[in-house]
Ligand binder design. Structure first.
Ligand code: ATP
Length: 353
């Protein structure tokens, strides 16, 4: 952890959260002995005499947008209080647009320290994969030095790649450049990867519903406040899905008052629906690309442990189409059985290693 705050990291108290003691909250799910967190034990003498650098342990939760990574990370941190969370979504690192970028709300964080989540001042330009490697790397060292463990959570695989590979070349984008060398599986941490997977048709149906929920939560008002005529939407937070799509709309219909007041204008309503549709399409495209990148990492030899949340997500969709009766409960039960319990087993083993 650097002793001074870099200029683009705003003085957000969240960033210093980890200096506070972490309260342990019992989850409704308590697998036998999961609450006893086996702290990493590294015999110092052995390390000092070893010719090899001791690798810090890192738990990584990956998956497409909307796959439930944040929920899993908090559930695991509740069960194993040694964990602190580092966000690896390249848009969620910025301060602002909390609804549009889908940041996990404070009340759902359960006092678990979250780092690099809304910490970066968006006016300081792009937070690059190299920046992420540097700052998340410092955070991992700091967390490990306090004998805790980081969970890296987020959908940006270029950030994960930049952070985790032993030798990182900031000049090459391994996911996009055809000419770039193949992805390395030589990693600088001892990693345990949990991959939240959901069949794509189910995930995309869920994503459409999630976008509707985001609108119900006030996404348009948030975007209207963020709107700056003539701004360049090609960097940083302005790239967030929702910003370019609604800038086009606000250019035609400037956000003067509450949106709902004017929905009777059919032209305006048409342009609004077009923006909503573009957001839905782009979100599904993002998920598809993210899954493609995860599969590439897997093919490159990254040892991803797949957790299939398809059935749990299907139950949410089914309950919605049947008026929402009891779906929450069913979702939780299936999710605990098919996602949380296998994750806990994997994590326990990892902590014991
Ligand atoms: P990477 O390529 O680094 O693995 P990624 O999968 O997060 O990243 P991209 O494919 O680069 O994302 O992103 C596609 C578009 O989706 C970009 O415009 C990006 O800014 C946007 N995007 C990514 N994550 C979010 C998010 N959490 N909220 C809103 N928009 C997002």
């Amino acid at each position: 952890m650097p002793t001074t705050t870099p200029s683009f990291l705003s003085p957000n108290p969240q960033r210093y959260y980890y200096h506070q003691p972490i309260k342990f909250h019992h989850s409704s799910y308590t697998p036998s002995s999961a609450t006893t967190c086996t702290m990493p034990h590294w015999p110092r003498m052995e390390i000092a005499s070893s010719r090899h650098r001791r690798k810090d342990k890192v738990l990584v939760i990956m998956g497409a947008t909307g796959s439930g990574k944040s929920r899993l990370s908090v559930e695991l941190a509740k069960l194993f209080p040694c964990f602190e969370i580092i966000n690896s979504d390249k848009i969620q690192v910025y301060r602002g647009l909390d609804i549009t970028t889908n940041k996990i709300p404070f009340h759902q964080r359960n006092n678990v320290p979250h780092h690099l989540l809304g910490d970066v001042d968006p006016s300081h330009g792009e937070f690059s994969p190299s920046d992420f490697r540097l700052h998340a790397g410092d955070l991992i060292s700091d967390i490990s030095s306090r004998r805790k463990l980081p969970i890296i959570v987020g959908g940006s695989n270029s950030f994960l790649h930049a952070l985790l590979v032993e030798r990182f070349n900031p000049e090459s984008n391994v996911f996009e450049d055809e000419s770039s060398p193949s992805i390395s599986s030589d990693l600088r941490y001892k990693c345990c990867f949990l991959w939240m997977d959901i069949s794509f048709p189910v995930l995309s149906e869920y994503l459409l519903k999630r976008v509707d929920d985001m609108f119900d939560s006030g996404m348009v008002d948030e975007l209207a406040e963020f709107y700056k005529p003539g701004s360049d939407n090609r960097t940083g937070l302005r790239k967030a899905i929702g910003v370019p799509e609604f800038d086009r709309f606000f250019k035609q219909y400037p956000p003067a008052g509450p949106i709902q007041d004017e929905v009777h204008n059919p032209m305006r309503e048409g342009a609004y629906q077009e923006a909503v549709k573009a957001i839905k399409d782009n979100t599904c495209q993002l998920a598809k690309r993210q899954i493609g990148k995860i599969l590439r990492l897997k093919r490159a030899g990254w040892d991803l442990r797949r957790l299939d949340a398809t059935e749990a997500f299907r139950s949410v969709l089914m309950s919605d189409s049947h008026g929402g009766d009891g779906g929450g409960e069913e979702f939780s039960d299936i999710w605990k059985k098919q996602v949380l319990e296998p994750s806990v087993k994997i994590v326990k083993r990892f902590l014991m290693e």
